[in-house]
Design a protein around this ligand. Sequence first.
Ligand SMILES: [Zn+2]
Ligand SMILES: [Zn+2]
Length: 227
Amino acid sequence: MTANIKKSARRFLREYKINILSFERISKIIKSQGYKIIRFCKAYNDENIEILINVLGLKEYVQAYSAFTYVDNNYRLVFLEDNISEQEALILLTHEEGHIYNGHFGKTVIAGENTTDEFEANEFTHYLLNPPIINKAFAFISTHKIISTMLCCSIFVTIGGSISTSIILTQQTYYREYYATPSGKKYHKAECIYIRDKQTKRRVSKDDIKNEKLEPCKVCLPELRKD
Ligand SMILES: [Zn+2]
Ligand SMILES: [Zn+2]
């Protein structure tokens, strides 16, 4: 299943000749597929949108989700919350495109109630927003960071053996470059779209992840060894 989604994501990137996907671009693609994007607010909408939401019986979806896609014989609508950042909007629209492009609209009008579909849309988002070339560039940056950390450690080694040992042990518990925002409940890879431009991010260790019960981000899909 994962392999298929990866292939599907690659096909999508080729088909639309995308190097880096932007909010503008994904919006245009979705519109070119015959969908209308409707920006809504949870609290207040102007009359036409409010009527549409009520007629289609989507009130509870508007309350529960920041984005969802509605399909019936007459309408193809992607609902997207209005008061969100462009980064978030990009992620949410890419997720909805994941449902559209992978044909999740068979019997149901709304995707989102099927766990497999959700997983596939998240995978699709992951591959579209982390294309291989960018991954390589960030991998280089991460390696670079590790090297400079190691250099710091070796400087301490020359100062005092006992201090350096404890520093190296602390470093090891990080084991990978994972980050979270100060109040965030998820942890991310360094290159994740949610974290990479954040000024206030902090690096989290395995223990931090465990103690704070941080969840892996659904976009960058960080792994954690269970040892
Ligand atoms: Zn979904
Ligand atoms: Zn992430």
